[in-house]
Design a protein around this ligand. Sequence first.
Ligand SMILES: CC(C)(COP(=O)(O)OP(=O)(O)OC[C@H]1O[C@@H](n2cnc3c(N)ncnc32)[C@H](O)[C@@H]1OP(=O)(O)O)[C@@H](O)C(=O)NCCC(=O)NCCS
Length: 179
Amino acid sequence: MNHQFSVKNGNKFLLRKLESKDAKKILEYINIVGGETDFLLFDSKGLGLSLAQEEEILDRNFRHPNSLLIGCFIDEEVVAVANLTVKKRVRINHIASIGISVKKKYWNQGIGTEILSYFVNYSLNNRQIEIIDLRVRTDNFRAIKIYQNMGFEMVGTIPKAIKIDDEYYEHYMMIKDVS
Ligand SMILES: CC(C)(COP(=O)(O)OP(=O)(O)OC[C@H]1O[C@@H](n2cnc3c(N)ncnc32)[C@H](O)[C@@H]1OP(=O)(O)O)[C@@H](O)C(=O)NCCC(=O)NCCS
């Protein structure tokens, strides 16, 4: 896949699958976005992965027949990373879970919406994927907005889903039927 798009202010971006050669940039990106928001599952310390581990993850995803791990680039800068991960076990492998992050400097330009729309279209055209699911903090209004805009519905609330500095936050479980 190589998907180019432009946003309201004229900026042009490229969405493409990440490869092992991107590993160093992605580790840097993870540390940056982890420090910019409390809405992700990691902070500025990142995920604690070595370069070799990150290369292996990117390579495995690159070669996966259904799952996607993609980056959004402006020139050579990584501005967003997103995953659509199909569940492994036979009885749940009709479900794909997604996650999206965008660098703060690029919020509210339409990038999250473009990526979400790409994932939905991809899933509609993929015979195996019938449901997309995701979890989002109940106070993450910007994210909830893009999911609702794209037709995702809230199907439940998960108490104590995240704990940051001894404080708990709830998650909504949201799904979209793409069968
Ligand atoms: C959530 C996130 C992925 C959205 O990406 P984005 O590129 O900023 O999103 P877009 O520009 O496509 O759309 C933002 C929408 O939120 C709306 N919005 C902005 N601030 C808002 C607020 N405080 N309350 C409600 N809606 C808000 C915008 O109006 C826009 O909706 P519209 O298209 O209907 O006008 C991005 O902000 C991000 O990475 N945040 C931190 C990490 C995160 O929360 N990831 C999701 C975890 S589930």
